[in-house]
Design a protein around this ligand. Structure first.
Ligand code: ZN
Length: 385
């Protein structure tokens, strides 16, 4: 039986364990002056292993492990980068999407998109596993964890991670953080378990953990821009909702957030994860924008919207119409029976490069749903489609 971590023990050991790559955005938030010296997070080393007294490893083993992890990761990600650099160099997204963060690990810790070939590879892997274990029913990630002999537990670990995959002597254990997941069976918890299964099933991720005996704390549900987290999110999304089931239900259900809610509920997925899949499946031309509580988060266009030349949306809350459904969702007003707010709008209101009164300035429907501490989701589509 796994001994549950306490938040206090995580504070003590969190920065000392390795992560691939380092989740430095989390640690940076802790001010240097907060707490006694022994519990402060340190930033001196990109990957630090457990003290030998904790793991029973001597210093030489630790150095070997550390070198092995770095070599595995470097090889995998260098391969990805070399391949993708060639195809991305000519695209404007290159500078934006591939900024290395941190100097020690260089390109390992990258904020970048997954190549479409890699996306497909991961999606096919996830869907194969989903259909093998649950050909007809909704996918239960706990049953897959059990089938693979991966233990799991839930605890309260502050705001440090959604889930964490630990590998110790070849045995895997998943920690779920109820502070961020709320319940062990919430859609966010299911997605997080799917994300950790991604780190287990994707060969490069699992091999890096096996080589190093590390803990990897995760930020899931498309909140992290790190490549390794995007890959695990991609896996989780396709594990919980295989494409064939999405297309089948997406064409049967009502358009917009009503249909997305129904698909999300049927598959135990969050609105956010389902909305992204729905838009990307291009069931009809649509756009989704995620707002964090402090501003713009991200956006996705369906393929047909991108084909029409639209690439940009409002990305500043101050530009939102005060009577928009999105502002109403932020206002904590009582939700209507539909479960979301809805307004008529125009394309030029949301897409800055569409001129007001022009042929492209279509009448739009704006739907918005509050996500509590995670912000608001806005869904846009043409009213006459
Ligand atoms: Zn992760």
């Amino acid at each position: 039986m796994k001994t549950p971590l306490s938040a206090a023990s995580f504070e003590l050991c969190g920065p000392q364990v390795g992560s691939f790559p380092r989740q430095n955005t989390t640690w940076k938030k802790r001010s240097a002056g907060a707490g006694p010296r022994s519990t402060r997070f340190r930033m001196s080393s990109p990957i630090r292993l457990q003290p030998s007294t904790h793991r029973g490893e001597d210093a030489l083993d630790q150095r070997r492990n550390r070198r092995g992890v770095l070599t595995n990761l470097t090889n995998h990600l260098r391969e990805l980068l070399v391949k993708e650099t060639k195809s991305l160099r000519s695209q404007r997204t290159w500078k934006k999407g591939c900024e290395p963060i941190g100097s020690g690990l260089g390109p390992i810790v990258t904020k970048k998109w997954i190549s479409s070939a890699r996306e497909q590879e991961i999606s096919e892997l996830a869907e194969h596993i989903a259909n093998e274990y649950f050909p007809d029913d909704a996918i239960d990630p706990v049953a897959i964890l059990d089938a693979k002999g991966i233990s799991h537990s839930f605890g309260f670990y502050g705001d440090y991670f959604d889930g964490m995959l630990e590998c110790e002597s070849g045995d895997f254990h998943v920690y779920g953080n109820l502070v961020r997941l709320e319940r062990s069976d919430s859609p966010r918890a299911r997605f997080t378990l799917g994300h950790e299964l991604g780190h287990y099933f994707i060969d490069e991720h699992r091999n890096a953990l096996l080589a190093g005996g590390l803990r990897h704390p995760s930020r899931c549900n498309y909140e992290s821009r790190l490549l390794i987290e995007r890959e695990a999110d991609q896996f989780a999304s396709h594990l919980l909702l295989p494409e064939s089931r999405l297309l089948r239900d997406g064409t049967r259900e009502p358009k917009g957030l009503a249909g997305i809610r129904s698909i999300a509920s049927k598959n135990g997925m969050s609105m956010t994860a389902t909305a992204i899949r729905y838009v990307r499946a291009d069931i009809f031309p649509c756009t989704v924008i995620k707002w964090d509580t402090n501003g713009f988060g991200w956006k996705w266009f369906s393929h047909s919207v991108r084909e029409s030349g639209i690439r940009k949306t409002i990305e500043n809350r101050s530009k939102l119409p005060p009577d928009s459904a999105t502002e109403e969702a932020f206002s904590e007003a009582a939700l209507p029976d539909s479960g979301f707010f809805s307004r008529g709008s125009t394309a030029s209101t949301w897409f800055p490069y569409v001129a007001r009164g022009s042929e492209r300035d279509a009448i739009m429907l704006e739907e918005a749903i509050p996500l509590g501490r995670f912000g608001v989701l806005t869904f846009l589509y043409a009213a006459d489609f």
